[in-house]
Design a protein. Structure first.
Length: 186
């Protein structure tokens, strides 16, 4: 099981092996890719860097959580090596992180076209999909994102059973999650 995080703006990919995620005293392997997307690739080297970076980002977006860590690492490494560019333009690195510091498992819930919710290391997010005029949302507020995740995870099975946005936010608030309600149309 792996977790892939992609940041297109900074042309960065982070792949974490999740076998030891959340476990104290254990470590998780992490593979990183850092590319470069020049605004106006004027030279052949800049154009090649741009192209390879986009290829890696698109590949990263297609990786499934069930894919093998070593196979993903090898594929990205091969893409970078085949380009033959200097390390300062396209960089890969392998490192470890503590199991307790690994990215959190993303959990989702909701009913299509009615409401949706998710939790991860960025906290809790709940959206009402029925009210298209106001687009009501609720997000973690005045609480650490780690604490919000811990509390929401405890009741996530109940959240999945909810039939509406307000029912889901009520379950999360009752569990201790501090949520800020706002209309994203504002």
């Amino acid at each position: 099981m792996i977790r892939v995080q992609t940041w297109h703006g900074s042309a960065t990919v982070r792949v974490t092996e999740m076998e030891n995620a959340g476990k104290r005293g254990k470590a998780c392997r992490v593979f990183r890719f850092l590319g470069w997307l020049p605004y106006s690739p004027a030279t052949e080297q800049a154009r090649l860097t741009y192209d390879v970076t986009l290829q890696v980002l698109h590949y990263a977006d297609s990786i499934r959580p069930s894919d093998d860590f070593d196979a993903v690492k090898a594929h990205i490494t091969d893409m970078v090596k085949c380009a033959g560019l200097p390390d300062h333009l396209l960089t890969t690195a392998e490192e470890t992180c503590r199991g307790v510091d690994a990215p959190k498992e993303v959990l989702t819930a909701g009913i299509k076209d009615v409401w949706s919710a998710s939790i991860d290391e960025n906290g809790v997010s709940v959206s009402d999909l029925v009210d298209q005029y106001n687009l009501p949302c609720a997000i973690t507020h005045k609480q650490s994102k780690a604490e919000a995740y811990r509390l929401a995870r405890r009741v996530w099975d109940r959240v999945r059973e909810c039939r509406s946005f307000s029912e889901a936010t009520d379950v999360l608030c009752a569990a201790g999650c501090r949520l800020h309600y706002f209309c994203s149309m504002d």
